[in-house]
Ligand binder design. Sequence first.
Ligand SMILES: [Mn+2]
Length: 191
Amino acid sequence: MRTSRISRETKETQISLTLCLDGGETRVDTGIGFFDHMLTAFAFYSGFGLELKAVGDLNVDGHHTVEDVGICLGQALREALGDKRGIARFGTAFVPMDEALCRTVLDISNRPFLVYEAEMPQSAVGAYHSCLTEEFMRAFAVNSGITLHMSCLYGKNAHHITEALFKSLGLALKVAAAVEGDGVASAKGLL
Ligand SMILES: [Mn+2]
């Protein structure tokens, strides 16, 4: 099983998580209801097992908690992928949610990069600030080493747009992290 465990503690957040790329339980508690909803959707559509507990300085706002969970989840993905032998490497997913349509295209490349084009029509969903999705995705891409392109093609509701982004990330990663053969999917011979 491709599994990793991460613990990270700063003055702003304490995070522990277990990620299993080959499935398992999902239990998420970050103290931000909508963020838990997003991470649970991500785990469901990726097919990954994810147990995550984050305690952050929510008295400030959600920024440190969301960004640091992105860092830890990215580190966990990189570690769980190991030498990346046999993975498909590329993944693409479109997800509609009511009026919104979002697309994720990614490459498990060891070339961290984020392109993010998603305007949020409302600044918050519950206690979650809509701008935090980009912070999460950047932290996740940089720390996992993936090239991540995310777009909202259209949409009017920040809940729908954000949820479609997280679901499409899960679906695209499910494809890209799937083990297909036993070679390294690179003309260079190394990822
Ligand atoms: Mn929802």
